[in-house]
Design a binder for this molecule. Sequence first.
Ligand SMILES: [Zn+2]
Ligand SMILES: [Zn+2]
Length: 130
Amino acid sequence: MKCHRHDANEAIGVCSHCGRALCRDCGPSAPAAALSCSSACAENAMQLTTAIQLLLKRSEQNARASAIYCYLSAALSGGSAIAAWFWLPSAFLMVFAGGSALVLTAAGFWHGRVARKSVTGQKSLKPLSP
Ligand SMILES: [Zn+2]
Ligand SMILES: [Zn+2]
């Protein structure tokens, strides 16, 4: 792969934002993961990273809501399994609904753990109260 700007040079990496091939003369001596073809791309890549970090932080805050949602869906699937047992004795439906209930319960448990983790993380920043 050749550099997009210098045809003679072999590319050592790609821009982390637009994916253009870059050679040693182009990018600054940054690690390959953080290469960028221009300051605009570097800024955009940085903004993207910040956005992802913000999203991750938000998803942590939403983990509790997700846990509740998962438990609700699990209850609904469990209800379907029971309903299938009564009205439609189909082994497939019961296994399917029961399996979904189990998976959703596990997902709810996992989200709940993430929520608890982030809460304890926030608490550890403050001085402990008796
Ligand atoms: Zn670029
Ligand atoms: Zn180049």
